[in-house]
Design a protein around this ligand. Sequence first.
Ligand code: BDR
Ligand code: CA
Length: 325
Amino acid sequence: MNKVIIDCDPGIDDSLAIMLALNSPEIEVVGITIVAGNSPVELGFKNAKKVLSFLNRLDVPVYAGADRPRVRDYVNALDTHGEDGLGESFLPDIEGQEIPEKSAVSFMRETLKTGDVSVIALGPLTNLARLIDEDLDAFLSIKRLVSMGGNFRSHGNCSPVAEYNYWEDPDSARLVFDTLYEHQGRIEMVGLDVTREIVLTPDILQEMKRVNPKVGDFVEKITWFYFKFHWEWEHIRGCVINDPLAVAQFLNPAILNGFEAFTQVETGGISLGQTVVDSMGFYRKESNAIIYTDVDKTTFWEMFLTRILEIELAQCKEIFAKYIY
Ligand code: BDR
Ligand code: CA
């Protein structure tokens, strides 16, 4: 069984990613660690508990981590994710769920040392940078590190060149990429080039509600705000759901394709947070990242929908084939 820590900032699409992960029998989510990102860390903690409660999985431990980026001031993304960080669904808080004393980084230190635990990072990389500061060996013991963040050819979503997770805390992202370079490690970068292809449309949502009303209604509650945001900003009908693609790639490495390259994160000036991907080998440096550029959308959607709706593949194809190519 693949053991995984999900490091995240829920967040609408983080929540969908948690739903996919916990409906996937190949992995065991040993813990969820929260980082300040879309939502302040306390709110992210509460939102993770709401999702776990919906899934009847409050047995999965949740730990709170960094409440601000490494160097810069914290800027939340509640304009995108709603004032409650969950699309203004205003789901009630789960009673009796206090933030544990053990921090996210302490939990990571203990858990990663075994060498058989992977991390799927769906928010800013602040917790991982703190782990590097506190226990480099534990960081280097991560079995597989998949991060939703960055962009190669795509434009950014926070500036012309930067994606939110790395823009929010560029100094931590820089440290993670640089440390991997120094120690011949690799990060799998599931960036906007591929996640922009994953659009949850009103048609898909409507069928989801019909096939599994409980799950469909929950997804509608948390995504509707995101739909409105995407229409106002980009004139997209639907919403880009970035984070579940990182989980899907962890589960099935054939979903994404890309190339390896030396990559560094910019920490200043107008390109703050940009991932500079040396795709042509100008710097003659060993690669520290796998940069994904192509996505098999059908395979992603089939995995996502069969698992979160708990339906068979044949039924999924019959209902959704016309919407998911
Ligand atoms: C990333 O930023 C957040 O808004 C999403 O949760 C995702 O992790 C996309 O840029
Ligand atoms: Ca996220």
